[in-house]
Design a protein. Structure first.
Length: 582
C-alpha cells in the first residue's frame, strides 16, 4: 500500500548507507559523488540529532543556515585573534561526546576550584543617582556633644558619616488633580467671588512636567501613543492619542528655536557622522500612490501617441523620475569645544542633501569639515570641500558576512582590523595629534600589510573577482583612501557607529508604531528627538532640561543659545537672570 503524499517517510540509516555504496560504484564524477555523499551523511547527522533530542531548534537553524551575527568569538586571554572553528560534534553548546548542552547549564570546574566571580557586590552607589531628590534627615533632640540617651551610659554622642537610603516610588505617567473652588455671589450686585487656588498652583491646565513626560514617553521611551492612552485609561486618567500629539506639538514649538540654533552650531563643527534609515510618513506614502497612478495614465497616453510621434520623427524626452523614497537622516556632529550635537531630519531628502543644507550655515573661514559615512555616493553630493572618511566597520562587515564560506581569508582580515581597534583603545585620553601619531606608528603598518595582501590576492588571481570575497576585497581597495583617513588627519574617526547609534531609537519607534501621519508630525518628532539625544550625548538630565525649557519658553525664543543642552544650568541659576514663560 502506497504511503500518503503528505506523510514524511521514515529514514532507515542502513538503506542510506547502501545507497551511498551504489553511488560510489556509478560512473558519476568524483566531485558529484562527494557532493551526494556529503548531503546524505549530513541528513543522517541531522536525523540522528533529532531522534536523540540533542539539538535545539535554534542550533538546528544555525547548522543548516549558519550564524547571521557578525560578532566573532575569541579565545580566553586573546583580544584581537578570532577563535578557530570548532570541530563537528564539538561545536558551541555541544559536549565532546556529541550531545547538546543546554544554554542555561553551568560548566562545572575542577573539584575544589571555586568559580570566578566578577568584582563588586552588584549594588549601585548613590553617586549614580544624580537625579534623585535629596532629603536630609536630622535628629530632633540629639546633636554632636549631647549625652547618650541610653540610661546605663554616661558618654556623649558625636557625628558620623550619614547613612544613605534610597526609596523608589511609582506612579502613572500622567497624574491629574481636580480642584474645586468655592464660589459665592452677591445678591445685590451679582458679583461672583471664587476661592483662590492653593499656593504654588497655577491656573494652567497642562503643567510643564506633564508636557515633558508625554514627550519622553513617546520619543525617549519609544512607547506608541495608543499604549500610553490605554495605560492612562486603566489608571483612571484619560489621555487620548490626539491629545498626546497636540501636547508633543506644543513641546516641539517651544524647542524649535533651540533646534535651529543647534543646526547653526553644528555647522561650525569638526567631525560629521551621517546615515539614513527608512521611515513611513503616511502623507508622503499617499503622494507616492497618486504619483504612481498618474504615471500609469501618462504611459497609456504616450503609448497612444507613440505612433504619431514616430511618423513625425520626433522623440519625446524621457521625464525625470520623481523621488519616492522616505527616510530619516541621523547626523552627529562633534564640535571643537568637545560637545556633541545630534540632529534628525524626516522627509524625502537623504543624508547627503541634509548635510549640504547644514554646510550652507558654515563660516567660510573654517577649515574643511571631516565627514564620516558609508561609501554611498549620495552621501557626498554637492561641491562643498570636505575630508572624506569612510566607515571601517562597513568594510569589515562584508568579510564577516562571508566568513562561513571563506574562513581563512576572512579571519585574517578580521584579525588585522581587530588590531587597529585595539590601538584605538590605547588612544583614550590622548589629544587628536597624539592619537594621529600613535595610529601612524602602530596602525599604519597593519593597514599597509592588509592592502598589500588584498592586492596580491587579486593580482595573482587567487580570488575570483566576481565572487563574494572578490567583491569584499574590491570594496576595501576601492575605498582605501577614505578608510585610512584616520592615518592622515588628526581627529578623523574610524567608523560611523555614532550615527548608527542615534538611528537605533528611530528603528525602534518604526517597529513599535507604524510611522507618522503628516509631515508636520514627522518634523515634531525630529525636533524633540534631536534635543533629547543631544542631552544624552552631553550627559544632561533630560527631564530637568525639558521642564526648564518649557517654563522659560519666552526666554528661549529670545536667547536660544543660552539653552543649548551642553550649556544647561540648573533651574535655580536660570531663575536669577531669566523670566518665567508668560
Amino acid at each position: 500500500m502506497a504511503e500518503p503524499d503528505d506523510e514524511i517517510p521514515k529514514i532507515n540509516p542502513s538503506e542510506v548507507e547502501t545507497l551511498i555504496k551504489k553511488i560510489e560504484q556509478t560512473t558519476l564524477s568524483e566531485q558529484d559523488k562527494r557532493m551526494i555523499t556529503r548531503l546524505l551523511r549530513t541528513l543522517l547527522y541531522v536525523v540522528g540529532l533529532l531522534q536523540e533530542k540533542k539539538v535545539t531548534l535554534l542550533r538546528l537553524k544555525e547548522l543548516i543556515f549558519g550564524k547571521k551575527s557578525e560578532k566573532m568569538k575569541r579565545r580566553d586571554g586573546e583580544k584581537g585573534e578570532p577563535e578557530s572553528e570548532p570541530e563537528r560534534g564539538a561545536q558551541e553548546g555541544e559536549k565532546g561526546d556529541g550531545s547538546q548542552r543546554p544554554k542555561n547549564e553551568h560548566l562545572e570546574g575542577v573539584e575544589g576550584e571555586k568559580p570566578e566571580r566578577k568584582p563588586g557586590h552588584g549594588r549601585r552607589p548613590s553617586s549614580e543617582y544624580p537625579g534623585a531628590r535629596k532629603v536630609h534627615c536630622r535628629h530632633q533632640q540629639l546633636v554632636s556633644g549631647s549625652p547618650c540617651p541610653s540610661p546605663s551610659c554616661r558618654g556623649k554622642v558625636y557625628g558620623e558619616r550619614p547613612r544613605q537610603f534610597i526609596q523608589f516610588r511609582g506612579q502613572p505617567a500622567i497624574q491629574a488633580t481636580q480642584y474645586e473652588q468655592e464660589v459665592v455671589r452677591c445678591r445685590e450686585c451679582g458679583a461672583v467671588y471664587e476661592a483662590e487656588l492653593p499656593e504654588g498652583v497655577s491656573a494652567k491646565k497642562w503643567d510643564e512636567t506633564a508636557d515633558a513626560q508625554i514627550a519622553i514617553e513617546r520619543h525617549a521611551k519609544y512607547t506608541p501613543s495608543y499604549r500610553t492612552a490605554r495605560m492612562q485609561e486603566m489608571c483612571g486618567v484619560a489621555l487620548p492619542e490626539s491629545v498626546q500629539s497636540e501636547r508633543c506639538r506644543e513641546v516641539a514649538d517651544a524647542l524649535e528655536p533651540i533646534y535651529e540654533r543647534m543646526k547653526k552650531e553644528a555647522a561650525q563643527g569638526k567631525v560629521f557622522h551621517i546615515d539614513d534609515t527608512p521611515v513611513r510618513i503616511l502623507e508622503l506614502v499617499k503622494e507616492n500612490k497618486e504619483k504612481k497612478q498618474e504615471k500609469k495614465e501618462e504611459e497609456k497616453k504616450e503609448e497612444a501617441e507613440k505612433k504619431v510621434k514616430e511618423k513625425r520623427g520626433k522623440r519625446k524626452k524621457k521625464k525625470k523620475e520623481e523621488r519616492v523614497a522616505i527616510q530619516t537622516s541621523g547626523v552627529v556632529v562633534k564640535l571643537r569645544s568637545g560637545a556633541k550635537v545630534a540632529l534628525y531630519f524626516n522627509g524625502r531628502q537623504h543624508a547627503g542633501e541634509n548635510i549640504e543644507d547644514i554646510y550652507q550655515l558654515r563660516d567660510p573661514g573654517l577649515p574643511p569639515p571631516m565627514q564620516m559615512s558609508d561609501a554611498l555616493a549620495c552621501n557626498f553630493c554637492g561641491e562643498r570641500e570636505r575630508i572624506v572618511c569612510k566607515c571601517l566597520v562597513h568594510a569589515r562587515r562584508k568579510f564577516v558576512e562571508i566568513r562561513r564560506i571563506y574562513p581563512e581569508a576572512c579571519d585574517y582580515v578580521a584579525k588585522q582590523i581587530g588590531e587597529i581597534y585595539q590601538n584605538e583603545k590605547q588612544t583614550a585620553g590622548m589629544s587628536d595629534e597624539e592619537r594621529l601619531a600613535y595610529h601612524q606608528e602602530h596602525s599604519g603598518p597593519v593597514m599597509a600589510e592588509l592592502k598589500q595582501w588584498m592586492d596580491e590576492q587579486m593580482a595573482e588571481k587567487k580570488v575570483e573577482p566576481n565572487s563574494s570575497l572578490g567583491k569584499a576585497i574590491d570594496y576595501f581597495v576601492t575605498h582605501y583612501e577614505g578608510l585610512s583617513a584616520y592615518l592622515r588627519y588628526a581627529g578623523a574617526p574610524l567608523d560611523n557607529n555614532a550615527s548608527e547609534r542615534i538611528l537605533r531609537p528611530v528603528v525602534i519607534i518604526r517597529k513599535n508604531s507604524y510611522g507618522y501621519k503628516t509631515n508636520r508630525g514627522a518634523k515634531t518628532a525630529a525636533i524633540i528627538q534631536s534635543v533629547i539625544q543631544t542631552c544624552r550625548l552631553n550627559g544632561t538630565n533630560v527631564w530637568q532640561y525639558l521642564v526648564l525649557v518649557l517654563r522659560r519658553s519666552t526666554a528661549v525664543r529670545e536667547k536660544p543659545e543660552e539653552f543649548l543642552p551642553w550649556n544647561y544650568k540648573s533651574e535655580g541659576e536660570m531663575a536669577k537672570a531669566l523670566p518665567l514663560a508668560a
